[in-house]
Design a protein around this ligand. Structure first.
Ligand code: AP5
Length: 248
């Protein structure tokens, strides 16, 4: 009871226009089929750029282990303290840490129609644990979209990226510039560069991708769930390819 009345008080504080748009969103989403997707690919391949667009279109939640870990590092939580060193070096954080946060995150009400996993699973152990988690919930992964791209393109994408930390919105000085340099289009707040977005750390992140994450692509290929996305194309063309793959 206490929870309900607290929720009622909170709702009274919400602007009518926001309540109405949430109601319309829920009505639109009611008829959408459930989907459980994985976006996999090297750093800078466009997973984080495409996820917000696809999440809105298909009424899914976007769960990025990178975003969750960066939030934990910024808040200096016990998880963040453990993850910080590995992330700054471009190494992977331990499987147990990321599996734990993902298991919890999938219970969020906004994941009711399914989810996009961005940056998870990144090792075969994580993929096996994800399969177990979903089996316990009576579900399974529907599709794994592999953002295929040559390494040589990634340095320019990564070193030119600027992000708005609280929303996760991502910009690029050349490919997706903000309206005003250094400033978020929506809030007007300053943009920042990620600590691991430099050429040196990128090399370690790419090593981790080729050694530890490429076997995950093979793992889902053997299960017949893999769809290759040509991620070198311009962003709008990649969006069209992703929508086609998700709708098929
Ligand atoms: P994470 O945050 O997941 O980083 P990542 O996988 O390296 O991916 P990125 O966010 O760099 O790339 P993206 O594909 O999202 O690119 P984006 O769309 O922004 O992980 C960070 C760290 O956390 C890891 O190194 C690890 O330490 C730890 N971690 C996370 N998950 C873990 C796990 N499961 N297990 C263990 N450790 C884990 O695009 C990049 C730029 O290019 C942008 O500026 C964008 O505007 C531009 N761009 C995008 N698409 C295009 C296009 N089509 N054409 C031109 N420009 C484009």
């Amino acid at each position: 009871m206490a929870t309900n009345s607290a929720a009622a008080v909170d709702l009274e504080d919400v602007q009518t226009v926001d309540l109405m748009s949430e109601l319309l969103r829920r009505m639109k989403c009611a008829s959408k089929p459930e989907k459980r997707l994985i976006f996999i690919g090297p750093p800078g391949s466009g997973k984080g750029t495409q996820s917000p667009v696809i999440k809105d279109e298909f009424c899914l939640c976007h769960l990025s282990t990178g975003d969750m870990l960066r939030a934990a590092v910024a808040a200096k939580t016990p998880l963040g303290v453990k993850a910080k060193e590995a992330m700054e070096k471009g190494d992977l954080v331990s499987d147990d840490l990321v599996v734990g946060i993902m298991d919890e995150a999938m219970n969020r009400p906004k994941c009711q129609k399914g989810f996009i996993l961005d940056g998870f699973p990144r090792t075969v152990t994580q993929a096996e644990k994800l399969d177990e988690m979903l089996k316990r919930r009576g579900s399974e992964i529907d599709k794994v979209l592999n953002f295929a791209i040559d390494d040589s393109i990634l340095e320019e994408r990564i070193t030119g990226r600027w992000i708005h930390p609280s929303s996760g919105r991502s910009y690029h000085t050349k490919f997706a510039p903000p309206k005003v340099p250094g400033v978020d289009d929506v809030t007007g707040e300053p943009l920042i560069q990620r600590k691991d977005d430099n050429a040196d750390v990128l090399r370690s992140r790419l090593d981790a991708f080729h050694n530890q994450t490429e076997p995950v692509i093979q793992y889902y290929g053997q299960k017949g769930k893999l769809v290759n996305i040509p991620a070198e194309k311009p962003p709008q063309e990649v969006t069209a390819e992703v929508k086609k793959a998700v709708s098929a």
